[in-house]
Unconditional design. Sequence first.
Length: 316
Amino acid sequence: MAVDQGLHVVLGTGPIGLAVIEELAATGQRVRAVNRSGKASVPASVEMATADITDPAQARTVCAGASVIYNCTNPPAYQGWPELLPRLQTGILAGAEAAGGAKLIVMDNLYMYGNVHGKPMTEDMPNAATTKKGALRARISDNWMAAHHAGRVRVVIARASDYFGPNGRGSGMGDIVFGRAVQGKSAQAIGNPDMPHTYTYIPDIGRALAILGARDEALGEIWHVPSPETITTRAFIERIEQALGRPVKIQVAPTLLIRALGLFQPVMRELVEMMYEFNEPFILDTSKFAAAFGDISTPLSEAIPATAAWFKEHSG
């Protein structure tokens, strides 16, 4: 059992939040999970709390007494990001600052780097995004680090690629790939399926955030979450075929189709500017984390069958 590090407050109970909660609870930590409803499928030892984290007063209340706070919040719809991400940041910073010395572990994505034209993404790359969502993510990330360097809070940023795994229904490898495949339907891939693409396994994210929360040397740094070996999306789906023991056809949604669908669907319209991620090699370098804390990534040979099994159990 791990040494108790005090109270761990996990903000958000989506796939990433649940993975962090399960990892912390499994090692005997005291955990408070926070969402708007106060309900989630969490281990019995976990305290559930209700709060609107965009409200600084509510954020201060649920973060009270925390030694480590994990920001696993993320507005589900792209079109809500410009309004909600800054408000979430304001509330979370207020909660962490009021907790007095608590570490703040921030879950982030890779949008702020922009189109790196196939180069492996490393933590020292500049925030060079020219997309709306990438520029917003860059600004939010810079604000986290500015708060750290100003001494307001102690911040760690973790970044992962497109994720897959248990509870990952809404991801690009979720219902439209694993979910459809286990039902005998065609997997729906975005962009060019023959480009190398790093996919990050959700339980690995949970383990990585727990490690970053426990290690003081992680503070003030950006860390890429260890991920399974990078292969093409087509090869990834072929691994799903092997796990299921039957063929899985692929339906490809190219950029032109996404653009056409965007005329009627706001989510697709917002996706167009991010299509470079799926039309060029999209490779995450995680060597910094591995050198500091060890390579905790789960190989695809284990992660894909486990994910397929979860989707089988939860299909229909």
